[in-house]
Ligand binder design. Sequence first.
Ligand code: NAD
Ligand code: UFG
Length: 338
Amino acid sequence: MQILLTGGAGYIGSHTIIELDKAGHSVVVVDNLSNSCEESVRRVSEIIGKPIPFIKADVRDAAAMDSIFKSYKIGAVIHFAGLKAVGESVAKPLEYYENNLNATFVLVNAMRNNGVKNIIFSSSATVYGNPAVIPITESCPKGECTNPYGKTKSMLEEVLSDVQKADPEWNVVLLRYFNPIGAHQSGRIGENPNGIPNNLMPYITQVAVGRRPELGVFGNDYDTPDGTGVRDYIHVCDLAAGHVSALQAIERKCGLAIYNLGTGHGYSVLDVVKAFEKVNGVKVPYSIKPRRAGDIATCYCNPAKAKAELGWEAKFGIEEMCRDSWNWQKNNPKGYEG
Ligand code: NAD
Ligand code: UFG
């Protein structure tokens, strides 16, 4: 099947192209490069040994999207495109609502006008808010999101569910990602944040490579085994493979389906720091800082539904995640810039 990846030049999208190619799918990528660069797509093209059709366009551009659906025989869309920085979304709510919601409205309208009714949506564990149950299953009620970014994910889940309800020919898979880290084993592609990283692993790798003096650990007084926040880190290649499995569900006409994509294991901030130091033989100096606003103590999932229904489960452990994150960073100390 030919798959359209919106936001396919980004971190998760670029890794997903490789898994789709392995499974025999072809891709088309549309991205406005607001948080990525075309170099990632070029490198993926080298890795898979094939050209990748790339359209630099904004998903909010209705004419551009219509033209893509008219030019290619798209069987399904994986919708990665969106702004994703939690802190920035608090400072710039309008930009986040405008981009994430409008891009999805324009996309789904173009899909409907062109008879493409299969979509996989990048949702997030953030929709559970402060989770009512740990480990989190898909039947756990959605919670109060503390930031506009999370609210866009929660709202878009509702929008896509309603679209499917109104027209059962649609197949909509909502994938709730936990915390993707790691990079492709080649070390050629990886996470490339702009400016100061918000997320833990890119911060650790930038400290390890000498770009930043130390990691700030946001709070050591949570109700967790060592007091630091616990998350479900998942290797980005495992996450990417989850999209291939979700496409199989679409081929089986799944209607509306929701899956957690995580490993089911929770690691604290200090667990990750220690694993990173041990696997890679590098020091990561850190100091304890105050809690970060909006953070929760513990977030990890029960991934049994994805295993039972999609036959998907994560293969890589925390050591491989740390090894591959470092392999990418040390080979590309300035990301795609050098
Ligand atoms: P990313 O920023 O690397 O990729 C998103 C891509 O979308 C970027 O290349 C950006 O240029 C593009 N984009 C944004 N708005 C666009 C628009 N209007 N038109 C065209 N392109 C646009 O992020 P990622 O980590 O690869 O995340 C992919 C998706 O997964 C996002 O929707 C994100 O919210 C979601 N997600 C990510 C995480 C995570 O921790 N990385 C966790 C849960 C969910
Ligand atoms: N942390 C630090 N120092 C840092 C960065 C993070 O101690 O410099 C801690 C956080 O306090 C938290 C853990 O590391 O305990 C993980 O933080 P991240 O920022 O890496 O990830 P979050 O769990 O806060 O959020 C991420 C994405 C969200 C997504 C969510 C899904 O940023 O977009 O995972 O679970 F919704």
